[in-house]
Design a protein around this ligand. Structure first.
Ligand SMILES: Nc1ncnc2c1ncn2[C@@H]1O[C@H](COP(=O)(O)OP(=O)(O)OP(=O)(O)O)[C@@H](O)[C@H]1O
Length: 360
């Protein structure tokens, strides 16, 4: 509120009037020192019969709303722990949103609903005695949009992102410290979890003697274990307060220890897949600004036959020169899809394995 501004509010039937005012300290006739600044304050007027309601509930509501507005206005950050024991934060600027994310519309709706339910379930989590957290496992081939989806989720929820590089974490103690330092309203991401240390396969892998010797030195240094990570997900994290998502991504879900991804730890498993026609339409809108085109039917038919990742579709849709228009970009995509179909057919009939030498 600006100085002397008046705002009227209503709360559960009670009418209130806010005014912003300021008061200057009594002026001294002569001073060698600068005068202190005037003090700003707010005057709130309401009927005395609403006193309990205003002092009890309304003021708490105003403070809560104020905090929410402050959080919404803050610059969100992306934190990484690369080559450091601490988090380094950068301004988060990834532009991905659910509108620009190419995926099956039904799955997208379901995910958004899940996030909305999570965000507004503080009381519910408290009631059932669970920490206010949720785990997502994103799996699918490279280039299907797992990282893009994380950015879209962060932008949608207005959360910070902690991108945890597990291979840079020395041991469980350091892991615990990093987790404890994360703040609420955040997403903790471990990308390519299958490639992060020895977290896959059996929890206690028996190693050959030779393997043991070779790894002895590394083991001294690197002792983040699967059980350390499980402990965090189950216990420590719960102790850190609420409103956190943890997201694992992997290209090989089958390689992960079932304990790591069971429901309750990873509550929702989301498969990111090859580009379907609906997803293509989102990309055509993003990259070419079009909703329809006579070539869409051909592309639809080809996409039902050919597996192409959204990353490859996006690359083919990008204009390669200033002369390229929507039509030429779509034709380029059709060519790429036809080539992919040809290559897949060759693999199917085994002909790509043999080399044909023609003799005259
Ligand atoms: N579903 C999608 N929607 C919109 N853009 C996408 C999508 N999938 C891929 N892209 C585009 O392809 C690029 C690579 O995608 P992204 O890094 O999100 O894939 P990924 O599945 O995380 O890959 P990797 O497993 O290799 O990390 C993105 O920068 C984006 O431009």
């Amino acid at each position: 509120m600006d100085e002397h501004e008046e705002v009227t509010d209503e709360f559960e039937g009670a009418k209130l009037w806010w005014t912003s005012e300021s008061r200057s300290p009594p002026s001294q006739s002569f001073s060698l020192y600068p005068q202190p600044d005037s003090r700003r304050y707010y005057r709130l007027i309401f009927h005395r019969r609403h006193r309990d309601l205003i002092v009890g509930q309304y003021l708490a509501h105003v403070l809560r709303e104020g905090r929410e507005v402050g959080l919404r206005k803050r610059q969100r950050k992306l934190y990484t722990n690369n080559a450091s024991k601490d988090w380094s934060g950068y301004k988060s600027t990834h532009p991905s949103t659910f509108d620009t994310l190419a995926m099956d519309p039904g799955k997208k709706r379901e995910l958004k609903d899940d996030l909305i339910a999570f965000r507004s379930s503080k009381d519910y989590y408290a009631k059932i005695g669970k920490a206010w957290k949720r785990g997502y496992l994103l799996h699918g081939p490279p280039g299907t949009g797992k990282s893009t989806m994380i950015a879209a989720i962060a932008n949608f929820l207005e959360y910070d992102v902690y991108d945890l590089e597990l291979t840079s974490v020395k041991n469980n103690t350091e892991l615990r410290k990093l987790f404890i330092e994360t703040t609420g309203k955040s997403i903790i991401v471990i990308e390519d979890i299958d490639c992060s240390l020895d977290l896959t396969g059996k929890r206690k892998r028996t190693k050959s003697k030779k393997e043991d010797e070779g790894e002895k030195e590394d083991k001294e240094e690197s002792k983040v274990t699967l059980s350390g990570l499980l402990n965090f997900i189950d216990g420590l994290w719960s102790a850190c307060g609420g409103e956190r998502l943890i997201i694992f991504t992997t290209n090989h879900v089958e390689k992960l220890d079932p304990a790591l991804i069971r429901r309750g730890r990873m509550d929702k498993h989301i498969e990111m897949s090859y580009c379907c026609f609906e997803a293509f339409k989102v990309l055509a809108n993003n990259y070419l600004g079009i909703d329809s085109h006579p070539l869409f039917d051909t592309i639809k038919t080809l996409m039902e036959e050919v597996k192409m990742t959204p990353a490859d579709v996006a690359e083919n849709l990008m204009p390669k020169s200033v002369k390229d228009d929507a039509g030429s970009c779509l034709e380029g995509l059709i060519q790429a899809l036809e080539m992919a179909r040809g290559a897949a057919a060759k693999v199917d009939d085994g002909s790509s394995a043999d080399e044909t030498v023609e003799l005259e």
